[in-house]
Write a protein that binds this ligand. Structure first.
Ligand SMILES: [Zn+2]
Ligand SMILES: [Zn+2]
Length: 368
């Protein structure tokens, strides 16, 4: 008889952000959910692929036949070329938009993996041996998808990074209308009870906008460094909307992705937006993925912000889906507050919640 066991093991990105890569064994099917890289103090780290061969579940990397890539952020996608060196046959599923953004993110490394990619669309269903799989809009950034897998009558939903609110560039997540048995949740703020997103007076995006506004009013230029190129595009859209007079100069890498978006009919640029060729006169905004030039006299701004559900929205999301099991990954502990309150502790007191929680550790397999 064929095995119906469900085994899950994070290879990275468990109780941390970076190198998100989750091994999921569904009977005979071996899948990877995402394949990203992380970095600590500027040193890149990849998922621990080799740990898989030390388990009874895999003897050879070629036994992994499918990879589902939720979105183009590097912490979910940058180790794809590394894994495809170990297994050149694996099929990689992602949306067209993710493919476009990824081609800019990975630069020449993208050429090596392109032949493995199959484009999928939201609500498309693909039949694989013993599995039925469909894809759903996840919000967060353009192209981001959730993956829903039906295995032996059980519905397993992998969220990837998601948002239940619309952002400047993409609508809110659209959830599948089926009962979810197992939820694999990228719960960035599941352990951050004090974190609230945009709309709150101290959200990161509002702070960035406020700083830009006051600097420009004082006649100064602002150098805004972004960690992810797609976040650069998000910021351009936001500045265009709330500070329509601001002149923005955009670096080459961010500009590349702007053009990809516009080719896919997502308009970004306005008259006040220019490619960064020379440093023009103040006041203006520079948007770049590179560090600022030394002694430029500009205001330096960290352009990082979160496109994730905050704590309250995370609780609401899980309450609404009410899965039997919720595996929480991509979930760093709270650096600033040690209240200890987690998503689990809120829902444990909710009489309507049937969910039991697992906060797994990297390289520790368990049966679901
Ligand atoms: Zn992301
Ligand atoms: Zn992420």
């Amino acid at each position: 008889m064929r095995s119906g066991k469900i085994i899950f093991m994070p290879l990275g990105g468990a109780q941390e952000v970076g190198a998100s890569c989750y091994f999921l064994k569904l009977g005979e099917n071996n899948l990877l959910l995402d394949c990203g890289c992380g970095s600590t103090h500027g040193i890149r780290f990849a998922p621990k692929f080799n740990a898989l061969l030390q388990t009874p579940y895999l003897q050879d990397f070629h036994q992994v036949s499918q990879i589902f890539l939720s979105h183009a952020h590097l912490d979910h996608a940058a180790a794809l070329p590394d894994f495809l060196e170990l297994n050149e046959r694996a099929a990689v599923y992602m949306t067209d938009l993710t493919r476009e953004i990824l081609s800019v993110q990975l630069e020449e490394r993208f050429d090596k993996i392109e032949k493995n990619i199959s484009s999928v669309a939201f609500l498309q269903k693909i039949p694989l041996p013993n599995l039925r799989i469909s894809f759903h809009q996840a919000g967060h950034i353009p192209g981001a998808m959730m993956t829903l897998i039906n295995f032996r009558g059980k519905n397993i939903l992998y969220t990837g990074d998601y948002s239940t609110f619309p952002t400047q560039l993409v609508g809110a997540a659209l959830l599948p209308e089926v009962k979810i048995d197992i939820l694999i949740l990228c719960g960035l703020h599941a352990r951050h009870p004090n974190y609230r997103r945009f709309g709150d007076s101290d959200s990161a995006l509002k702070k960035i906008l406020r700083k830009i506004y006051y600097a420009l009013r004082r006649g100064k230029s602002v150098y805004c460094q972004v960690t992810q190129i797609s976040k650069g595009v998000e910021l351009i859209t936001l500045i265009n909307k709330f500070l329509p007079q601001a002149e923005i100069f955009i670096d080459e890498r961010v500009m590349k992705i702007v053009h990809r978006f516009e080719n896919l009919h997502i308009p970004i640029m306005r008259e006040q937006n220019h490619p960064l060729s020379a440093f023009p006169r103040a006041p203006c905004v520079f948007l770049s993925t590179k560090p600022p030039p030394p002694r430029s006299g500009m205001e330096i701004l960290n352009g990082d912000f979160s496109l994730h559900d905050d704590f309250a929205a995370t609780v609401e999301f899980v309450r609404r889906l009410n899965p039997k099991t919720c595996v929480v990954v991509h979930s760093p502990p709270d650096k600033f507050f040690h209240t200890g309150t987690t998503l689990e502790q809120v829902l444990i007191n909710d009489p309507d919640s049937r969910t039991s929680f697992i906060f797994p550790n990297t390289c520790v397999p368990f049966e679901l």
